[in-house]
Design a protein around this ligand. Structure first.
Ligand code: DAH
Length: 344
């Protein structure tokens, strides 16, 4: 009997030592087959029972069962440990498999259009400028020759801010206050550029503008404009028209029809609106306004209107993007639907 018990202890030790060495699921399976399988070593121990005298059978039987249980528990524990280790203890990188492609994000379609526009105007000799979206009345109105009585300054048409008021302020009568607001047009940056830089000036200004408009297929309360400003000696309306025509032909195609309609803006004289004809829709689409910089605007920034002249335009960038890429609802541009954005 001592011999049989010795054999059992021997197996128990051997199995425990091997279990310690198990490093992965394959080895664990080998361990199971070797010790706990139907032809395994524990099963062999059971057959020893036949060789021992009847009265010893319970003792030996108990001991074999205890060892079997020990090993089964050890096996289960190891199995769980290996499952927790997601690699299963194995090298799971199969270098022959094609890799998982990492999906790259990309710029928003509107940002791409802005890049395209500034690049195109860059090639025409324009620098890029920018200014603040929170503006004061001086830059949004006063310096742009928009008097306090002008309907464009109506509180219903602007996002005026409660505070703080800008320091200093325009001498815009009667109150002389200089309230802050979200800029309604990128024309504000014309003033900011001319305050800092003397002519010759040749800049484009892409940027966000804000208006309390009701959202629909073609309107948002925040949208983008591309402003342009050229100030130099002997600048004429011919420069303005030829630049706009060149731009339209370069961006929308060389046969795109362009027309200028007489219009009015306080900061330009004469003023015009620019329409582009789209053959597919068989209609004129308005890009925005333009004109020769009003002498009062040049005076507001201490540029002598007798010595210098300038032209400017302000176009809607969403309009341009929608026409260029066949987008029929402006809201798509701000809804962040990945299925839409992926197309560009
Ligand atoms: N600021 C005008 C608007 O938002 C657009 C505009 C018209 C800009 C004529 C200009 C311009 O620079 O010359 O409606």
């Amino acid at each position: 009997m001592a011999e049989v018990l010795e054999q059992i202890e021997q197996l128990s030790k051997e199995a425990a030592a091997e279990l310690k060495q198990v490093a992965n699921v394959d080895q664990l399976e080998q361990f199971r087959v070797k010790f706990l399988g139907t032809k395994g070593k524990v099963k062999d121990l059971m057959s020893l029972l036949g060789q021992v005298p009847r009265e010893q059978k319970p003792i030996i039987g108990q001991r074999v069962n205890a060892v079997k249980q020990e090993l089964t528990e050890g096996y289960d524990r190891r199995k769980e440990e290996l499952a927790g280790d997601s690699s299963g203890g194995r090298m799971t990188v199969d270098v022959t498999e094609p890799g998982v492609a990492v999906e790259m994000g990309h710029r928003h379609i509107l940002m791409k259009v802005i890049d395209e526009l500034t690049e195109l105007f860059g090639r025409m000799g324009f620098a890029v400028a920018s200014g603040p979206e929170v503006e004061d009345e001086f830059h949004n109105f006063i310096a742009l020759n928009i008097p306090r009585s002008h309907p464009a300054r109506d509180p219903l048409d602007n996002f005026y801010l409660q505070s703080p008021k800008a320091a200093g302020g325009g001498s815009d009568k009667p109150s002389g206050s200089n309230q802050m607001l979200m800029r309604t047009q990128t024309s504000t940056v014309q003033i900011r550029v001319m305050e800092k830089q003397r002519p010759p000036i040749r800049v484009v200004i892409p940027g966000r503008v804000y208006r309390p408009d009701t959202h629909d297929d073609t309107h948002l309360s925040m949208f983008h404009q591309l402003e342009a400003l050229v100030v130099d000696k002997h600048v004429t309306m011919v420069d303005l028209k030829s630049t706009v025509i060149q731009f339209v032909h370069a961006y929308f195609g060389p046969n795109t029809k362009v027309r200028f309609r007489p219009s009015f803006f306080p900061f330009t004289e004469p003023s015009a609106e620019v329409d582009v004809y789209f053959e597919d829709k068989q209609r004129w689409i308005e890009l925005g306004g333009c004109g020769m910089v009003h002498p009062n605007v040049l005076k507001a920034v201490n540029i002598d209107p007798e010595a210098y002249s300038g032209w400017a335009f302000g176009f809607g960038i969403e309009r341009i993007a929608m026409r260029k890429y066949g987008i029929n609802n402006i809201r798509l541009l701000v809804e962040n639907d990945i299925r839409f954005l992926r197309q560009f």
